[in-house]
Design a protein around this ligand. Sequence first.
Ligand code: HEM
Length: 546
Amino acid sequence: MESFSVGMQSFGMTILGLLKSEDVRHALVVVVLAFAASSFVTSILRLVKLYFYDPIRISRIMAKQGVRGPPFIPIVGSAHEIGAFEKSFPESMPLEEHYGLLPTVKTQFHLFFPRFGQRFIYYRGPQVKLVSRDPQFAKEVLSLKYGFFERHPDDVAMLQNIVGLGLDNLTGEKWAIERRTLNSFFYQDVLKALVDDMVSSCECELQKWEEACRLGGAVEVSVEEDLNTISNNIIAHTAFSADREKAKEIYRTQRKYVSLLFESLDSGWYWIPGFRYLPTARNRAMTKLRARFDGLLHEVINDRKKAVKKGDSESYGTDLLGMMLAAASDSTDETAPEFNLASVFNNTKLFFFAGQDTVASALTFTLLQLARYPEWQDRARKEVLEVTADSDAFDSDAISRLKVVGMVLNETMRVYPVISSISKMATKDMQIGDLFIPKGLVMEVPLAAFNQDPEIWGEDVHKFNPERFENGVAQACTNPQAFMPFAIGPKSCIGKDFAMMEAKIVIAMVLRRFQLSISPNYKHHPCHSLLTKPKYGLQLIMSRRS
Ligand code: HEM
């Protein structure tokens, strides 16, 4: 042992001696410079491959199979043409053209289907995207029969700051473990127990509207903001038992982040390699917002853990957060396969977004349609009054009997799908139907385009007609699988029943109390901001029902 340490000492002395020699120092500088140069060259080659070689290679493979698209413009892709077209739209579009959702929400479908036929490719940054009008093709992709699809790394990076690396961004074994763990919160008997909490979480905002009506008769209300607050209250309360003010701040911070992200995407700068890491004013603001957002979520989780540690609480509780903490191991390793504390954080982040903005979007457009079509407003209200007798004391049985409300919701999600497309990247070469799909090609499933297809919905496709859902989705169209507001397949929405229950409760509570019509100040301009949103909010005239 002694001889070993003497040996090590003499080795150290030799190295020190060498470092003092001028020649060796020069040699070291040369090695470091060579290493830096080779890393630089490797990075450049990687960028060239990502932004030039791969898109050109993939588009050639698709062109050989007769699938064409707009010209390839490196880095910005098709953003310029799409952006220019979007900007040509007036602030306020005619309401009669409610079916004209595609031009502003999915401009690429509106522009390229007529130009290139039933399927086309276009470019988004380094991604080559294939859009096919064939619902069977969509089914193959979403059913993940081949297990060969996942989100493009760029999309994961973009969404990670908003929804974390939770269920939505996972695949494979880790996804399966997390999905199994989270599923238990969405069992029917658990959901049934949430009805009262959903009602009380909605009550507060509706009282605000009632107060305004009491003072002013018929009043204008900016409904979108308040619906966001309602769904924020509901997810924060039912899933996290979170403090209302904290939940509001989480929502505000997240929303501001999304709006800056979309500014960056729309400007085209986002796609310039490395740009998102530069300390520009916008990037710094986004980093700050993300840190605040993450900090607030950690507070929600830590408060619960502390309460149990201090003995204030015997268990973590029965809400979603409680269930997750009870199931989690202590590890914080995001890459570990098991459900752990990193999974708790990531899924808390995911559910605050997925459980809130989605339902708020569906509710906003449903109230728009009810205000626009008084006959459906009356019919839905009549049903609500029959089913709920004369109080807001709903139970899950009453909610399941709200058939007309369900039809109106479905038809609204057809016309204004909350999620207008779903993108999945092929991780291997494969064959789907007659098409060879090269690794790296991104399939964009055009939900919004399916919903506007006369071959699927018939000649009245552009009419708002909830009647078509009278006998369920199967009878509403020629290909029921083409209607997938919550997606299909293993990665379809885990919160579908939660969302439908919440939406029905809120609509029933609104219809019981208020008469709705559209304000002359409303500017109709549906847009895409991760989800489908009214660009300038939704202003309705509300009056208290006598
Ligand atoms: C009207 C409301 C909603 C709509 C239209 C909707 C739609 C969707 C769609 C289309 C997907 C698939 C996305 C993709 O594959 O890229 C999805 C996934 C998901 N949704 Fe929803 N959603 C809604 C409400 C909710 C609610 C209320 C929750 C939670 C409380 C929720 C949680 C999730 C989660 C966790 C996933 C990822 C599932 C997985 O990857 O296994 N969603 N949703």
